[in-house]
Design a protein around this ligand. Structure first.
Ligand code: DGY
Length: 323
């Protein structure tokens, strides 16, 4: 029997590409250049499985091809707001993602941003590299203390809970959260977490707000000008979720007007473009969507796609089926 044809849209870790080569008739993207709409359409027309990632736009147009050969979209990534799920469903395509394996590394990066933003680490690093440092002095680059402060989590899923673990047990932070689907009392009690019934209830109570909800839909611009104004002056906003959850223009205004003290951002509204005003601000830490970017995690994400494909082609239900 011939091997299923699999198209991978970007470069994946070597160890995973090796496995894919062994198992499938695979088309890899060794140059790592993003595929055009036409190239993606060709993939859906000619392959049994298309394996995109969060920077590909899998729109209805991309899937609307004749004949449609693909039967599964094996996404490399936990988020899937770049895939039109309704269109995929209408075309009978199965969609899978890669949850769990990136939980800790993404939470680690959220903590990194939190610490960097309030301890002025990016600013300090630039200061040293620019040769501006004149030596230790009692008032030099004073930041904000983290230990014992209040952390508000918007979304209390896997990544938020991993962050709560690090923040609460590592830094003695008091955890507040908002999630439309709250966890069991047992989970709440584990962190001594305080549930808020609305985002509005959470924002004024905490020193740090960290976003852990999906992007798109009603979460687009969840943090708008009005809600940013509800945050404490002196508070910090951390985003490792999706860029569109924050109205970036409103964030620029809030930072400029001192409505909040700073921000740590790993995701942006129009990636890879970053609002030009954010680039000029010292009180903002900017990272290039690095949440899951460790060798261990990226290999595990790729292997999770392989596991999903294997199950699918064996006629079994893939573990991480989204649609
Ligand atoms: C995801 O998986 O959705 C992240 O944004 C990238 O790891």
């Amino acid at each position: 029997m011939s091997k299923p044809k699999v198209v991978v849209t970007r470069r994946w870790p070597e160890a995973v590409e090796k496995v894919l080569r062994e198992l499938y008739d695979v088309q890899l993207n060794e140059d790592d250049v993003p595929m055009s709409t036409e190239q993606l359409q060709e993939a859906f027309r000619t392959a049994d499985a298309v394996c995109p990632t969060v920077s590909d736009r899998i729109t209805a147009e991309v899937m609307d091809v004749e004949p449609l050969k693909a039967r599964i979209i094996g996404n490399f990534g936990v988020g899937f707001n770049h895939i039109d799920l309704e269109a995929a469903k209408a075309k009978g395509l199965v969609v899978t993602n890669t949850p769990e394996v990136l939980t800790d590394c993404t939470a680690d990066l959220a903590m990194t941003l939190l610490l960097m933003a309030c301890r002025r680490a990016g600013e300090g690093e630039r200061h040293v590299r620019n040769g501006e440092w004149t030596g230790w002095r009692p008032t030099h680059m004073m930041g904000t203390k983290v230990t014992g402060k209040k952390l508000g989590l918007i979304g209390f899923g896997r990544i938020a809970r991993a962050m709560a673990h690090k923040a609460h047990f590592g830094f003695g932070m008091k955890i507040y959260y908002y999630d439309p689907y709250p966890p069991s009392e047992e989970v709440e009690n584990h962190f001594g977490a305080i549930r808020c019934d609305t985002v509005e209830e959470l924002l004024p109570q905490v020193d740090f707000v960290s976003l852990h909800c999906p992007g798109g839909g009603s979460n687009t611009h969840l943090l708008n000008a009005e809600r940013l104004r509800m945050m404490r002056r002196g508070a910090y906003l951390i985003n490792t979720a999706r860029g569109d959850v924050i109205d970036e223009a409103a964030l620029v205004d809030a930072l400029r007007e001192g409505i909040i003290a700073g921000a740590g951002l790993d995701v942006f509204e129009k990636e890879p473009q970053v609002h030009p005003e954010l680039l000029k601000m010292e009180n903002v830490v900017l990272l290039p969507h690095l949440g899951s970017a460790t060798v261990e995690t990226r290999v595990a994400m790729g292997m999770r796609v392989v596991e999903n494909l294997k199950a699918f082609f064996a006629g079994e239900p893939p573990r991480d089926r989204v649609v």
